[in-house]
Design a protein around this ligand. Structure first.
Ligand code: NDP
Length: 263
């Protein structure tokens, strides 16, 4: 299936590793140029080189913190300079949390609000004008199953990811008259280096069987009985950003191996 993404420009936050990198590679495989953003410059450079080695596309790497207005501006300026704007924006940068509502201070709430919600708002505000000039575009927000089915240990993550879904829905209504489609994806368990690190830490004092921990977690929570690989969910992201998904507007799609317990 030709997805019609050749020579499109896709901006991917959190594009240096995990889901973001897998999606960036997916875009590149379809002939789209990519702008990848993350804070760690070395990891970003390695990701850029990996994509360039495999695909004949342009790859721009921007080290910036998208949880700040300054960081978003930096990403927008680099995108403008390299490509004069973008056709696709994937708001993917994010991370889990760990707290209770009674103990978490205001600044922790603010940090996650800025990372999961304001980054999407600021980058949309910055890129929509160029999408309009190009005749349309796509914004995809990577939320989480936790936006709908919370995990008890991360209330701030649950709340800010749920807010991202509503931001997505309202953006969709506002932008579709300009042929800009906005959707969200709620992944379930995806085996990224971040999860391996967490599982390694959690099993450090009991033998270090991080893989056993991951397998048990999947068996207990997801009917499919395993984590997804970043690559196997990346295809879904790439498809939703293509014209093949032209009637998908303002929706939230679960890709979770059956983990969601409601219909
Ligand atoms: P990873 O930790 O593997 O990657 C996160 C990426 O985001 C990295 O590139 C990281 O780079 C970047 N990033 C984090 N904070 C910032 C910031 N402030 N500014 C710029 N870049 C930043 O995460 P995953 O691939 O696992 O997750 C990606 C997204 O998917 C997240 O939003 C996550 O909530 C969501 N998700 C993940 C699931 C999973 O099971 N893995 C399940 C459901 C949703 P750097 O640290 O260098 O900035």
């Amino acid at each position: 299936m030709d997805l019609g993404l050749r020579d499109k420009v896709a901006v991917i936050t959190g594009g240096s590793i995990g889901i973001g990198l897998a999606v960036a590679k997916g875009f590149a495989a379809e002939g789209a140029h990519v702008v990848i953003a993350a804070r760690d410059a070395d990891r970003l450079t390695a990701a850029r080189e990996e994509i360039l080695a495999a695909h004949a596309v342009q790859v721009v790497a921007v080290d910036c913190d998208v949880a700040t207005a300054l960081g978003c501006d930096r990403l927008l300026a680099a995108t403008e300079e390299a490509f004069g704007g973008a056709d696709i924006l994937l708001n993917n940068a994010g991370t889990g949390s760990n707290e209770t509502i009674l103990d978490a201070p205001d600044d922790k709430w603010q940090f996650y609000w800025d990372l999961h919600v304001m980054a999407a708002v600021r980058l949309a505000r910055g890129l929509v004008p160029s999408m309009k000039r190009r005749g349309g575009g796509v914004i995809l927000n990577n939320a989480s199953i936790c936006a709908a089915q919370p995990l008890w240990y991360e209330p701030i993550y649950n709340v800010t990811k749920a807010a991202l879904i509503m931001a997505s829905k309202t953006m969709a209504t506002e932008f579709i008259p300009h042929n800009i489609r906005v959707n969200a994806i709620n992944p379930g368990f995806v085996l990224t280096p971040d999860w391996i690190k967490t599982a390694t830490q959690l099993t450090a004092e009991t033998g270090g069987d991080w893989k056993g921990y991951i397998d048990n977690l999947a068996r207990e929570n997801a009917p499919i009985g395993r984590f997804a690989s970043p690559e196997e969910i990346a295809d879904f992201f790439v498809f939703l950003c293509s014209d093949r998904a032209s009637y998908s507007v303002g929706s939230t799609y679960f890709v979770d191996g059956g983990m969601l317990k409601t219909i």
